[in-house]
Ligand binder design. Structure first.
Ligand code: SF4
Length: 430
């Protein structure tokens, strides 16, 4: 029986290690320039080669995203980038591509055996399209997020038996209000190109109406007291629905569940991966995943969850642009002798209530009894971002290998009205 794959985002090396530790079967990552994520921490050919080594040692899989839609001027840069990957002997299990030109380049240049996955950016949403790509060397299709469960089932059913191809679907993460990233709003308003991985997310801003001769007079468009966020989509969360996508233990409709979020933090990647790992494992063990495990998905920063298009009722727009998060990540912790070593990410103090999230363990509340500088052993009252400290809690916890320290946090208190967008478009001459 082939178990469904859990595929997690790896925005950088640390997040990749965390995703694997918290239960991912495979990770996907990519370079800043060509993988639809322009975050500073993205990978280089050298770090991609190191990532392959690390992932292989763990007997997991690694996929490289080269899924931009390049214009002609970019092709020579991509070609050079592929040469660099080959120079560093960076051979992933598969490349994720959208553009047939990049597929051709990879096929020409890579002598080693690698697989090819079709990115969701290519909007493959029917069985004939699946067949076309499979006949052209694609071994896995990442289906468009705009499909219903029935669509996905029908696509699987209608793929001819002699076409061997895997299907992958997103189960968690941010959605676009447009068709999977095929969107020009960000380029238009800010010059940041969503189709190059640099989206400024203007679909999540608050909008007003302005009559063209009354510059600066904004007329509210009110859906509710918060105004209107007509293009602001919910996040997807299919934690409770994965068995409908698996079908039964012996024949899956899809082969891989993907978590979105290469730009998200390590806490998000770790917790979301751990939760879906436990949901999938519970399913294959014939059990139901405990609700308190699924509830951990509420502890990561997110916009209101929905089931996307799965049941044909997309609930795209939400009432404001506030992210929900009721926990603040404080740091990563390891048990050491009599103390817990913490690699601090957000400040905390002696006397504060904290929790430790670790894979498969019950989450309890503790009080920080003492904090010490890790090197000098000097007691301190407060741990600050990027420090390494030792802490003692009011109760002895030694049953976790690797934990995420967090504290409850009311982000509603931190509500900010987003800055008014600076429109880039020229004013019309009257
Ligand atoms: S502006 Fe919104 S809809 Fe457009 S690509 Fe960015 S996130 Fe997607």
């Amino acid at each position: 029986m082939k178990k469904i794959e859990l595929l997690s985002p790896a925005g950088d090396f640390e997040k990749m290690c965390d995703a694997l530790h918290f239960g991912a079967d495979a990770v996907y990552l990519g370079p800043k320039e060509f993988s639809l994520r322009t975050g500073d921490a993205a990978f280089t050919p050298e770090t991609m080669a190191k990532a392959v080594e690390y992932v292989r040692a763990k007997k997991k899989k690694i996929y490289f995203a080269l899924n931009i839609m390049p214009t002609e001027v970019m092709i020579s840069d991509i070609s050079q980038f592929i040469d660099e990957l080959i120079k560093f002997n960076a051979v992933p299990d598969a490349f994720i591509i959208s553009d047939p030109g990049i597929l051709n380049l990879l096929k020409e240049k890579y002598k080693q055996s690698v697989g090819y996955h079709l990115s969701t950016q290519a909007n493959c949403i029917n069985s004939q399209s699946v067949k076309f790509w499979a006949e052209n060397g694609i071994e896995r299709i990442i289906l468009g997020r705009e499909l219903t469960l029935e669509d996905i089932r029908n696509i699987r059913k209608n793929i001819p038996d002699d076409v061997k191809v895997e299907l992958e679907v997103f189960v968690h993460g941010a959605m676009c209000m447009s068709y999977s990233g095929r969107c020009l709003i960000s380029s238009y308003f800010t010059g940041r190109n969503a189709n190059r991985g640099d989206c400024a997310h203007p679909c999540r801003w608050k909008y007003y109406l302005m009559e063209e001769t009354r510059e600066g007079e904004f007329f509210p468009i009110e859906e509710n007291n918060g105004g209107t966020y007509i293009m602001n989509s919910h996040d997807m969360c299919l934690g409770k629905d994965i068995e409908k996508l698996i079908c039964n233990k012996d024949s899956t409709i899809v082969d891989s569940f993907k978590i979105e979020g290469r730009n998200k933090g390590t806490y998000y990647v770790s917790v979301v991966t751990a939760v879906y790992r436990q949901i999938i494992d519970a399913y294959y063990n014939g059990q139901e995943c405990a609700q308190d495990i699924i509830d951990q998905l509420q502890t990561v920063s997110h916009r209101p969850y929905s089931k996307g298009f799965l049941f044909n009722k997309p609930r795209q727009n939400v009432k404001d642009s506030i992210y929900l998060w009721n926990y603040r990540f404080l740091g990563k912790c390891l048990c050491e002798d009599d103390f817990i070593k913490v690699d601090v990410r957000n400040q905390f103090s002696v006397g504060e209530e904290v929790e430790v999230f670790s894979y498969g363990a019950k989450v309890d509340t503790y009080v920080v009894k003492s904090i010490y500088d890790y090197e000098s052993g000097q007691p301190i009252l407060q741990a600050r971002n990027q420090e390494v400290v030792k802490i003692a809690l009011d109760s002895d916890i030694r049953n976790f290998e690797y934990g995420l320290l967090r504290k409850k946090w009311d982000n509603q208190k931190k509500k900010k009205t987003p800055a008014k967008p600076q429109f880039r478009r020229e004013k019309k001459n009257k």
